[in-house]
Design a protein around this ligand. Structure first.
Ligand code: 13P
Length: 249
């Protein structure tokens, strides 16, 4: 049976108490869920959520990570600190990091390689803005984000990388790419991955879709041949919406 990977990106939401309550509710409700499920609370809640997830199958993820291992980097959180808390996955190159905080492909690539070197599973986010899409630049933008984001990543390490296609215009806007639209971009991503790692690695790569995923559209998106999971923002903040997404089948 095909396996799916559903991840919840809580972004800058929830106090420690609220995060623990949500994590416990999800761990209980998803105890019998057959999919791979990850939740990524804010840094401040990671330690408490790690404790709340003890004994659960849910994977603990972080939303970002410093580009350096340690040192004079005021305000940053290092891979060593994340691992120390039990974090196993990390979202890198999210569009909010790229567009609001100016993260470049080169920086994202260094983070991907650092995460891999320390045994974390990175989710590399890619996606075009509406302006880029309308200018016919989707493939150029997404292709570059993939090629540069994965530069220097060995075929062996690539097996631990998940790609998340998140069209910027669909994030938090209520506008979802149609399943057909998303699937065709995922197919393009797979083509680029095949150039980089060969057809077999490209075929088994996990490519999540993100951007206004909801209980109402999850099954239709996941039914598409190239959509292997979801990276969920707003709808991951409540059990009522995240549980049915993770249990879409
Ligand atoms: P929304 O699901 O709120 O559109 O956010 C998607 C996202 O950015 C997940 O990383």
């Amino acid at each position: 049976m095909r396996s799916y990977y559903v991840a919840g990106n809580w972004k800058m939401h929830k106090t420690v108490g609220e995060s623990v309550a949500l994590a416990k509710a999800l761990a209980a409700a998803l105890a019998d869920c057959g999919e791979k499920v990850m939740i990524a609370p804010a840094f401040t809640s990671l330690a408490a959520v790690a404790e709340a997830l003890r004994g659960s199958k849910l994977i603990l993820g972080a939303q970002n990570m410093a580009v350096e291992e340690q040192g004079a980097h005021t305000g940053e959180v290092s891979v060593l600190m994340l691992k120390d808390l039990g974090v196993r996955a990390v979202i890198l190159g999210h569009s909010e990091r790229r567009h609001t905080y100016g993260e470049s492909d080169a920086l994202v690539n260094r983070k991907v390689r650092l995460a891999l070197a320390h045994g974390l599973e990175p989710i590399l986010c890619v996606g075009e803005t509406l302006e880029e899409r309308e200018a016919g630049r989707l493939e150029e933008v997404v292709g570059t984000q993939l090629r540069e984001g994965l530069a220097g990543v060995s075929p062996e390490d690539f097996k631990r990388v998940t790609i998340a296609y998140e069209p910027v215009w669909a994030i938090g806007t209520g506008k979802t790419a149609t399943p057909e639209d998303a699937d065709s971009v995922h197919a393009f991503c797979r083509k680029v991955l095949a150039e980089l790692y060969g057809p077999s690695a490209a075929k088994s790569a996990c490519i999540q879709y993100g951007g206004s995923v909801k209980p109402e559209n999850a099954a239709a998106l996941m039914a598409k041949p190239n959509i292997d999971g979801a990276l969920v923002g707003g709808a991951s903040l409540k059990p009522e919406s995240f549980v049915p997404i993770a249990k879409f089948r």
